[in-house]
Each structure stands twice: as C-alpha cells, then as structure tokens.
Design a protein around this ligand. Structure first.
Ligand SMILES: NC(=O)c1ccc[n+]([C@@H]2O[C@H](COP(=O)([O-])OP(=O)(O)OC[C@H]3O[C@@H](n4cnc5c(N)ncnc54)[C@H](OP(=O)(O)O)[C@@H]3O)[C@@H](O)[C@H]2O)c1
Length: 206
C-alpha cells in the first residue's frame, strides 16, 4: 500500500503555528508556546525521549509519531529549527527539505529537493517505505494541499488566540473537504484528526 502523507502540527485556535517573529536563532518567536502539552503530563512518550504528556495526548502523539517514515519540511522550518547542524524533527525518520536554495551543510539524514512539492513528496515517500510522510511547515503544507498530495490533516489545537505568527494554512485554489476521523480533548490541547476527502487539483474523490 502506498504510504500516506499527513500533516500534524500544534496550532493556536486562530491558526498560527508559531508566535510572532519566528526565525533562525529565534525559534518559534514570541508569545505563549504551543508545545507545553509535550511536557505537562506523567506519561512518557514511547517515541520521543524526554516527552511526558497527559495520558490522552500520549496516545495520540505516539500513534502519529510512530507512523512517520520520513519528514518533509519547508526551508523556513529547517532554518528556524536550527537543523543546519544535522538535526531532524523525528528521532529515526530522515528529513527531506524543500527549498529554492542550497543548504549550508550536507548531512547523512537530510536530503534537499529544489524542484518543487511533487518531487519533494516523491523523495520523502521513497525514504518512508511502507511508513508515512509527515509534513512540517505551513507553506509546504499549503503547497502539498494545493497539489492534491495530502491524505490527512491533524490539528493539535491549543486554546489560545495568538493574533499573529506563521499561518498553518494559506490561500488554496479551491476548497477542500475534510472528514473528522477523531477528536480527542486532552489537558491543554484538543487533537483534531481529519481525512482529506477531495484533492483540490483534480476535484476527484480520493
Ligand atoms: N507548530 C508546529 O507544530 C510547527 C511544526 C513545524 C514548523 N513550525 C514552524 O513553522 C515555521 C515555518 O513555516 P512556514 O510556513 O513559514 O514555512 P515552511 O513551509 O517551513 O517553508 C517555506 C519555504 O520552503 C521553501 N519552499 C516552499 N515551497 C517550495 C517549492 N515549491 N519549491 C522550492 N522551495 C519551496 C521556500 O523557501 P526558499 O524559497 O527560501 O528556499 C519557502 O519560503 C517555522 O518557524 C517552524 O518552526 C511549527
């Protein structure tokens, strides 16, 4: 079976995935963090060392993290996260970076793609094998949605209106229908798992 492409990001209720003024050396920028729920519980993650989540969040988080066979990040995520040192967002999965520009350094677990979202997703699928591809970054997510390449959208929705930052979703050529698969309320976060029903490019049922 072909691996799936999903995006699972922490987001404010008003749809921001960073605080204000994120950037290289400034991480996710100013304002309240969207990641307290990684560390505010008693249940250790089985996938990410050091994460201690509520029991409800650990179930969702580890199920998602366990699916990732490759991560695909946009250049802003790569820069802002400081991955020029070889870091990756997942402990075992390799990272594909989509950018128009060369990376400052090459590392074994990182691959640069400069030829667009289709090629980047294809490269990530190859690395993922029979596991799935996890998207990182709002711009890349919107590019993949516009190209009809996303199967699932997962919002780890934190109850805050940030009022500014980098948006999870940008303008799309047309609407995309979703089906709610699961909604899990947890302390400090609500996990909303959607299946993408229609590709915006073809408008065909998937
Ligand atoms: N809250 C969360 O869970 C979460 C998760 C992941 C990331 N983040 C944060 O989100 C922020 C980044 O999101 P973002 O939406 O600003 O950016 P992004 O999606 O990470 O990166 C966008 C960049 O990727 C490159 N790119 C995109 N499409 C391309 C294409 N078709 N061909 C070649 N290059 C392409 C371009 O870079 P160039 O043209 O400059 O090369 C573009 O400016 C970061 O601060 C990151 O830390 C938050």
């Amino acid at each position: 079976m072909m691996s799936k492409v999903f995006v699972a990001l922490s987001t404010s209720v008003d749809g921001y995935i960073t605080g204000r003024d994120p950037g290289a050396g400034r991480g996710l920028g100013d304002g309240p963090t969207l990641f307290d729920w990684y560390f505010d519980g008693d249940t250790p993650s089985q996938v990410f060392d050091g994460f201690r989540l509520s029991e409800a969040s650990a179930g969702v988080f580890d199920a998602v993290a366990g699916r990732v066979g490759a991560s695909l990040a946009g250049r802003n995520t790569y820069d802002d996260s400081g991955w020029a040192d070889g870091g990756t967002p997942h402990p075992t999965a390799p990272l594909v970076v989509l950018s128009h520009r060369p990376l400052p350094a090459t590392h074994e677990r990182q691959t640069l793609v400069t030829t667009g979202i289709e090629d980047a997703v294809a490269a990530a699928r190859k690395f993922a094998g029979d596991k799935d591809v996890g998207l990182m970054g709002g711009d890349v997510t919107s590019a993949a949605l516009a190209a009809g390449l996303v199967d699932e959208v997962i919002l780890h929705q934190v109850p805050v209106l940030l009022g500014g930052g980098r948006p999870f979703f940008q303008a799309l050529p047309q609407h995309i229908e979703l089906r709610l698969v699961e909604a899990v309320p947890a302390p400090g976060v609500t996990h909303l798992h959607y299946e993408v029903l229609r590709s915006s490019r073809t408008d065909n049922p998937r």
